[in-house]
Design a protein around this ligand. Structure first.
Ligand code: MN
Length: 494
């Protein structure tokens, strides 16, 4: 077996750990397909191309994604960079996988070129349109981007800058809005030294003294805590971390901190992940017995009172090893939610049905969850529009004056404000305009001149045979497609 084959076998084992019913036959088939499609290809790093594919899949496995996503990830570069054809993928792996693969390709073609707000918004908008069909496209793209950023040092400088800016401004933002905080943090950190080399050097230099023995300290705290938790029969996983440079840099710029590292109390942190909520509070007691809580900074109980974004965890700041350390305590479910966001929902849905077959997972994803994704996306867009912070940082007019409406199948259409179901019909297909009898919005019949708003799910009630459009429609439609379509039809019918 080659090195790549061994890596793949290991990855398959990891999939089995969280999804015992995963269709490993399908994954193997996709792996073999990709190996052939990328045969002989090398990355700029000198590694065989398939290395990149496996690293992308590894990240998605860490996010515990479903089999369809993993299959699509294995195939994500086979058309664009490899020797495969879309027909082959469709035939061998089906429409759903093909759609994700093509979505990833489309997103990859959207580049942030230029630095005006308009370009930024337009880039984001294009990406959202592609993603709206299937949010799993974003996860594959995020994993792809993370691995590309990890190997960015081999690229020419202009590419490094372009990719880093995209990662920081677009992809980290997408990750954040989807709640994949882990991906956001990874991307920001990878992009930071390329975009702000001087600032990066400054942060590294000023934290040197604090981080020098950090690993040693963290290891010691971890083992002490592990011992005490064991005594109390609490099954907790403990992870230590140093604050990452990018988020630290952001924090150091706050006026109340102003580059004073003594005022940053979470340079070092331990995270305890338990199975049950009660264990969180027991663990808190043990932590405070081991290390004195810092007066005034105190304990924040976001389990009892979650943050507005739903974040749940207990935070406490304690004196440890001559400094201050933060301890975060949460359950596994809270942790998944906090780090992997929307992905966690899907895994949760999948794990709830542990004893159903993989086939049913797929069905669950394509039927039930499709609308969930749509709702998730709509919620996200609304948040974006409502977010004062966001509005302050970019001009969001472009979004505010658009309506993203959906077909019952979850396809997204970008319409201007004041668009009506008739505009929608002509946007979907000119021909559909000639069959309109009525329209349902969010499942209810509505007048044809109703104004659509972002997030509406629009269904056109069709006649059996083509009909003449009404002259009156011209009074309320706003899109050129609809105006032209109606006029053309009226002329023909005259
Ligand atoms: Mn790739």
């Amino acid at each position: 077996m080659s090195q790549e084959d061994i890596t793949f076998q290991k990855l398959l084992k990891n999939v089995k750990l969280y999804n015992p019913n995963a269709d490993t036959k399908l994954l193997k088939k996709a792996y073999e397909f990709a190996s052939i499609a990328h045969h002989g290809q090398k990355r700029r790093t000198g590694d065989p191309f398939i290395f990149h594919i496996l690293e992308v899949v590894r990240i998605l496995i860490h996010w515990e994604m479903d089999t369809t996503t993993l299959t699509a990830a294995l195939l994500h570069d086979t058309i664009e960079d490899g020797a495969a054809k879309r027909e082959d993928i469709k035939e061998e792996f089906g429409e759903e996988v093909l759609e994700i693969v093509e979505g990833v390709t489309k997103v990859s073609k959207v580049h942030l070129k230029g630095s005006t707000d308009e370009i930024f918004i337009e880039t984001l908008r294009k990406m959202i349109l592609v993603m709206a069909k299937d949010l799993r496209v974003v996860f594959v793209k995020l994993a792809d981007r993370i691995h590309n950023m990890r190997t960015l040092d081999v690229m020419p400088q202009d590419k490094q800058l372009e990719k880093s800016r995209e990662s920081l401004e677009i992809y980290a933002l997408l990750a954040e809005r989807l709640g994949v905080r882990e991906a956001k943090a990874i991307l920001e950190n990878l992009a930071f030294p390329y975009i702000y080399p001087d600032e990066y050097a400054r942060v590294v230099k000023s934290t040197k003294k604090y981080f020098e023995n950090a690993d040693k300290h963290l290891a010691k705290f971890q083992s002490t805590l592990r011992r005490e938790l064991k005594k109390a029969k609490i099954n907790g996983e403990i992870v230590g971390r140093k604050k990452n440079y990018y988020s630290l840099w952001k924090k150091l710029q706050r006026p109340n901190i102003d580059w004073d590292l003594e005022k940053v109390h979470d340079l070092l942190a331990l995270r305890i992940i338990t199975a049950e909520v009660t264990e969180c509070y027991q663990a808190l007691g043990i932590v405070h017995k081991l290390w004195k809580p810092v007066p005034h900074l105190g304990v924040s109980d976001f389990i009892a009172q979650p943050k507005p974004n739903g974040y749940q965890s207990i935070h406490t700041k304690v004196f440890a090893g001559g400094g201050i350390m933060e301890v975060q305590i949460r359950t596994r479910a809270m942790h998944e939610q906090a780090e992997h966001g929307v992905a966690a929902h899907w895994h949760y849905a999948e794990s709830k049905s542990k004893d159903v077959k993989e086939k049913d997972f797929k069905k669950g994803f394509s039927v039930d969850n499709k609308l969930n994704w749509v709702q998730e996306l709509v919620k996200w867009q609304k948040e974006m529009i409502d977010s004062k912070e966001f509005l302050d940082s970019v001009k969001f007019d472009a979004f505010q004056h658009r309506n993203f409406v959906f077909s019952p199948k979850g396809d997204v259409y970008d319409l201007p404000r004041s668009a009506t179901p008739v505009d929608f019909a002509y946007q979907v297909h000119t021909d559909l305009g000639n069959y309109i009898i009525g329209a349902k919005v969010n499942g209810k019949m509505v007048p044809l001149d109703s104004k659509l708003v972002s997030g509406d799910i629009v269904e056109i009630v069709k006649s059996r045979h083509p009909r003449k459009p009404s002259q009156d429609w011209l009074k309320f439609v706003v899109t050129t497609q609809a105006k032209n379509g109606i006029s053309k039809s009226l002329r023909k019918n005259r």
